[in-house]
Each structure stands twice: as structure tokens, then as C-alpha cells.
Write a protein that binds this ligand. Structure first.
Ligand code: C2E
Ligand code: MG
Ligand code: MG
Length: 606
């Protein structure tokens, strides 16, 4: 098969193919005849479209182009050819011995020109020159290919990375083979540490490659200083470093150098007066415990590195089979999610938000559910991280926003009292440049009043890129919708920043409500959150209210609203409607009367 293809390629290279493009069919035909007698392979086209199709199919090296192609211009065709098939050499034929148009054609990329009526000798000369150029170009390309192969070979032969002087990828592999064998003979371990720098790309992008290169050299030096002289430090490429630890007695002993590396890399590195800071994460695998095969050992260190990075900057992780299993499950989950999305397996549940003073429902939170064909209805905890890291969250989140807006509008058309609809926005969605358009479009398409839409963001989503977040949030808020900080208290948003964001509400995280009635720490946190909200002029909701006692506590400290199983679980749309009717019926019967007895059930709370 490949022999056949090579043979075809070789023949194709030696065949001289000319495409004659002329609207004068007879003229084109007679040129073709002459050329065929001379051993050229010839094909014909009579307009631009036909010519472009023929170029694809016949693959001429040279095109003879008549400048007047009926109503079309041969000049335009030349430009188009130059763009789409830069290797095809154009030779123009001008009808009126017009020097101007010939020069114009040469400027636009034609290689040569002939005048009509075509003089055969000139034609062969022009074609001769054209095919010389074809050969030259081919030779040139071949030479470049050979040079690159030679460079590759040279790198293999060289032992050191030219920038840092560390072992390069090839000598790392050889050294690793040696270390694996050595450890085996001595009944010891060989360790592979793979290192990923945090934030190198950013430094490279902001300070430029020269600084980036110097930094890599600095890191190389620091790594060298940190490990024993019998260990091998290598640069595998880019900002990827690896270390071979020789003669390790027991697995724990690989941790000491790894931790030392992490610690030393945290110290700023001086590059031309700049004190640059990069951290790193490290994945570790050990031979023979994890594998005695070099490739597998490296792969496992990589798996560990991936897990380390998931733990956050500056993490260290040993390989274990569980990591592989988890990685596999994640991969499968991501694929399953994609399938589920295309099969419409997602739906929204709705949970009420209740005003604690009047006992009236004033808001709804839309919560995503996956109707899994085998596992039943799954809450986001089972899949939202995978959707986030695979990027599916963008499309899925778009669907959530659209669906929630549509549902809100359906309810308002049915005559339900207007309720605020809260939609969760993930960190990745917040970074999506199309978020604003998505929301804007969903509002327009559904006809929903923007004042009824609330977007819930976590502190960390906002903190991840404060500047960008602030811009988007202000734009969104200008649409007239509301913004809430979800899971308030669990993230690391700085309080001083809070007042700069255009938010309307804080949602106190469920973890502070759980033990609210007997944990003084949680009580202080809730109290502080309610007061903070009040002094900033924000609304405040307690999440995860499950008991009367929690409810009373929140009411007592002046919390505006509550959300939780005490009122209702998240429900499918139809169930929510029924629940709401029942709730409204009961609160109308006994309005705004704050419940007192601990045992007394709340309206519709069962
Ligand atoms: P969240 O936004 O803080 O939502 C509140 C979560 O608390 C919901 O979990 C809700 O079912 C649960 N909850 C409410 N009341 C109680 C209670 O009294 N007791 C207990 N134990 N739990 C209660 P859910 O539906 O499993 O959602 C979990 C998280 O998933 C949400 O936390 C939110 O961060 C995320 N999420 C949900 N829907 C979406 C969505 O459409 N898009 C995005 N990006 N994230 C979503
Ligand atoms: Mg939420
Ligand atoms: Mg929450």
C-alpha cells in the first residue's frame, strides 16, 4: 500500500502537468494538443470555478491562465490560486499584447506571461522556466526535511539540553534505564519525579522569552543544587523538568528531596534584577513498585503529577493505582456527560426561597439534575466537576440559563406571582466571553423581565480573575438582573473587595447553618454575615435550613430569607407548582405569623 503510494508520488513528481484555463475552448484545445505531443499532461478549464475544481483534482504544477475569462477576470483567479494553492505556478496569457495587464498579473503573483497569439517557442521557454522552478521548490523542501531530521538526530546524540545544560529527554531515558536496572540489582528503588512549574507561561508571556529562558536556567541551577550528585536532573522540554532519584531505600525517602525541591522553588529567583516567583507540583513513581518499564514509569509519574496539580499549587503526589482508576472514571464520565447532553438527559429542579418575615415564597433556585438512564436522578455533586473540567459546562450552563428563563416566563404567563429565579453560574462560565450574550439572549428569547433573574456566583469564581469578573458582572447587572454570592463564607473573597462588586445578596453557606443552634462559632459567622450584608445594603439568605430551630435562629438575627428542606426539597417544575399552591393556601390561612413551637410543622413542609 505505502509502496504503491510512494510509487504514485514519484510518478506524479516526474509528470509535468499543465492546466490550460481559457474561455476560448478551441484555442485551449490547440495549446493542449501541442503540449501533449511534447509529453506534458494537460487538462482544460474554461472558467474560474472549473479551474479551481481542476486544480484540486488534476493537481497541475503550472497553470496557463487567460486574463480574459469571458466576464470573469483572470487576474482575480490568479490571486485566488496564489492564496489557496501557493505551489501552483501561474503563467498568464494576455490577449491584447497589453503590457499593463501583464505587469499587473506579475505583481499579483503570476510567474511569467505570454501574449496572444501564442508563439510556440515562447510557450516552451516559459514552461521550461516554470518547471525549473517547480524542481527547485521540491529540492528545497526536501532539503529542509533532511535538515530537520538531522537536527533531531543531533539532539539525540547530544546528551545535554542546550539551554540549561541539564540532561535532555534522550539521556534522561538512558539514565532511567540504568537507574531501574541498578535499583533492581541492589534491591533498592529508583524514583522518577516529574515537575510542572506553576505560572511559568505567565512570566514568559509578560516578560518575554529572554527572561523566560534565564528563569529556566535559574530553575535548572536550583534543582541541581537541591538533589544529590548521583541523581539526574533533566529538562524534558519547555518548562517540564524531571529528576531521577537513584538508590532510594524506601518509598518515603523519595518525599524528602521532592519536598525540598518544592520548598526551594518557592523562593524567588533573581533574573536580571527581577525577583521571579514560580512554584511547582510534583508527581512521583517508583521502580520496581510501580513498574520496571521505563515508559510506564514515566507515564505513572505523569498521572501522579496530574493528580498533584488538581490538589493545588505546590502539591506532591505519589502514583497509586487508585489514581489511574479515578482518571479512567473521570474520562468515562466526561464522555457519558457529552452523550447525556445530546440525548436531553438533563432537567432543572426548583427550590423555593422564603421571606422569613412574611413566610412568603419570593424566589426560586434552579438546580440541575441528570436523569441518568441507569443510576436515576443525579445531583450536581456527581458530575458538575467533570462538566467543568471538560468544558461541557459552557453548553450545559447555557442550556440551564435558557431553560430557567423560559420556565420563569411560563409561570408568569400562567398567572403565578412573580418570583425571582436564581441560576448558578460556575467559575468557567464566568470566564466564558459569551456569558453576557447568553444571558442577554435568554432574556430576550423568553421575554422574561430581567429584574426577576438572579445569577449565583461563588466567591472563588469571582476571586479567580477579579478584574475580568468585575467587568462582566457590571455589564450583566446593567441588564437589570441581580447577582448573589453563593456559599458565602467558604471561599476566600476579601471583604474589602465585596463592596466593589455589584452584588445584591449573600447566601450563607449550608455548613454554617447545619450546627447553628449549638455551635457558637457558626452562630458568630452567621451573625457577622447578616450584619455585613445589612451594612453593605445587601440581602441575605440562609441556605440548607432543615429545622425549625435553625429557622428561628436566622429570623432572630435578622436574616431576610431562608432556603432548605424545611420548606421544600428541590422539585421538578410540575411538583413545584403544586407545592407552591399548597404553601400559598396555608400561609394565606395563617399569614406572617412566625411559628413558635419546635414541633409544630411548617406549612407544607412535610
Ligand atoms: P448551591 O447552589 O449552594 O445549591 C444548594 C444546594 O443545597 C443544592 O444541592 C440543594 O439541593 C441543597 N440543599 C438545599 N436545601 C438543603 C437542605 O436543607 N439540606 C441539605 N442537606 N441540602 C440542601 P444540589 O442541587 O445538589 O446542588 C449542589 C451544587 O451544585 C449547588 O450548590 C451548585 O453549586 C451546583 N449547581 C446546581 N445546579 C447548577 C447549575 O445549573 N449550574 C452550575 N454551574 N452549578 C449548579
Ligand atoms: Mg446556588
Ligand atoms: Mg450554596
Amino acid at each position: 500500500m505505502s509502496v504503491l503510494r510512494n510509487e504514485q508520488e514519484r510518478r506524479a513528481e516526474h509528470e509535468r502537468r499543465v492546466l490550460v484555463i481559457d474561455d476560448d475552448e478551441d484555442g485551449a484545445e490547440s495549446i493542449a494538443e501541442v503540449l501533449e505531443v511534447q509529453g506534458f499532461a494537460v487538462d482544460l478549464a474554461h472558467d474560474s470555478k472549473g479551474a479551481l475544481a481542476k486544480v484540486e483534482e488534476f493537481k497541475p504544477q503550472v497553470a496557463l491562465v487567460d486574463l480574459r475569462l469571458g466576464r470573469e477576470s483572470g487576474l482575480d483567479l490568479i490571486v485566488e490560486l496564489k492564496d489557496s494553492h501557493p505551489d501552483v505556478i501561474s503563467v498568464v496569457i494576455t490577449g491584447n499584447a497589453d503590457r499593463e495587464s501583464a505587469i499587473g498579473a506579475l505583481r499579483r503573483g503570476a510567474y511569467d506571461y505570454l501574449t496572444k497569439p501564442v508563439n510556440l517557442e515562447e510557450l516552451f521557454q516559459a514552461l521550461g522556466r516554470s518547471f525549473d522552478l517547480v524542481r527547485l521548490t521540491l529540492d528545497n523542501k526536501r532539503m529542509i526535511r533532511e535538515l530537520e531530521a538531522a537536527k533531531d538526530q543531533a539532539e539525540k546524540l547530544a546528551l545535554n539540553d542546550s539551554l540549561t545544560g541539564l540532561a535532555n529527554r534522550y539521556s534522561f531515558q538512558t539514565q532511567l534505564d540504568l537507574a531501574i536496572n541498578h535499583a533492581k540489582r541492589l534491591g533498592k528503588l529508583a524514583g522518577v519525579l516529574i515537575l510542572d512549574l506553576d505560572g511559568f507561561k505567565l512570566i514568559n508571556d509578560t516578560h518575554g522569552h529572554v527572561i523566560g529562558d534565564e528563569l529556566l536556567k535559574g530553575i535548572a541551577r536550583r534543582l541541581k543544587e537541591t538533589v544529590r550528585s548521583t541523581d539526574t536532573v533533566a529538562r524534558l522540554g519547555g518548562d517540564e523538568f524531571a529528576i531521577i532519584l537513584a538508590n532510594v531505600d524506601k518509598p518515603e525517602n523519595a518525599a524528602r528531596p521532592a519536598e525540598l525541591i518544592l520548598k526551594n522553588l518557592k523562593q524567588p529567583i533573581d533574573v536580571g534584577g527581577l525577583a521571579l516567583e514560580v512554584g511547582a507540583s510534583i508527581g512521583v513513581s517508583l521502580s520496581p513498585l510501580d513498574s520496571e518499564d521505563r515508559g510506564e514509569l514515566i507515564r505513572r509519574a505523569d498521572v501522579a503529577l496530574y493528580a498533584a496539580k488538581a490538589l493545588g499549587p505546590g502539591s506532591l503526589q505519589y502514583y497509586d493505582a487508585e489514581l489511574d482508576r479515578r482518571a479512567r472514571i473521570q474520562r468515562e464520565l466526561k464522555q457519558d456527560l457529552k452523550r447525556a447532553f445530546s440525548k436531553d438527559e438533563f432537567c432543572l429542579y426548583y427550590q423555593p426561597q422564603v421571606d422569613l418575615e412574611s413566610n412568603k415564597v419570593i424566589g426560586i433556585e434552579a438546580l440541575l439534575r441528570w436523569n441518568h438512564p441507569h443510576r436515576g436522578v443525579l445531583a450536581p455533586g456527581h458530575f458538575i466537576d467533570a462538566a467543568e473540567s471538560s468544558g461541557l459546562i459552557i453548553e450545559l450552563g447555557r442550556w440551564v440559563i435558557r431553560t430557567a428563563c423560559r420556565q420563569s416566563q411560563v409561570w408568569s404567563q400562567k398567572g403565578l406571582q412573580p418570583l425571582r429565579m436564581a441560576v448558578n453560574i460556575s467559575p468557567r462560565q464566568l470566564r466564558d466571553t459569551k456569558l453576557f450574550d447568553t444571558v442577554d439572549r435568554a432574556l430576550a428569547d423568553s421575554g422574561m423581565d430581567p429584574a426577576h433573574l438572579e445569577l449565583e456566583l461563588t466567591e472563588n469564581a469571582v476571586a479567580a480573575d477579579e478584574e475580568q469578573a468585575s467587568i462582566v458582572l457590571h455589564k450583566l447587572r446593567a441588564l437589570g438582573l441581580h447577582l448573589a454570592i453563593d456559599d458565602f463564607g467558604t471561599g476566600y473573597s476579601s471583604l474589602s473587595r465585596l463592596k466593589e462588586y455589584p452584588v445584591d445578596r449573600l447566601k450563607i453557606d449550608r455548613t454554617f447553618i447545619d450546627n447553628l443552634t449549638d455551635d457558637p462559632g457558626d452562630q458568630s459567622i452567621c451573625y457577622a454575615a447578616v450584619n455585613l450584608a445589612s451594612s453593605l445594603g445587601l440581602g441575605v439568605i440562609g441556605e440548607g435550613v432543615e429545622t425549625r430551630a435553625q429557622l428561628e435562629y436566622l429570623r432572630g438575627i435578622g436574616c431576610d430569607e431562608g432556603q432548605g428542606y424545611l420548606f421544600a426539597q428541590p422539585l421538578p417544575a410540575a411538583d413545584f407548582e403544586r407545592w407552591l399552591a399548597e404553601w400559598n393556601g396555608q400561609t394565606a390561612a395563617e399569614p406572617a405569623e412566625p411559628a413558635t413551637a419546635e414541633s409544630e410543622p411548617l406549612a407544607a413542609a412535610s
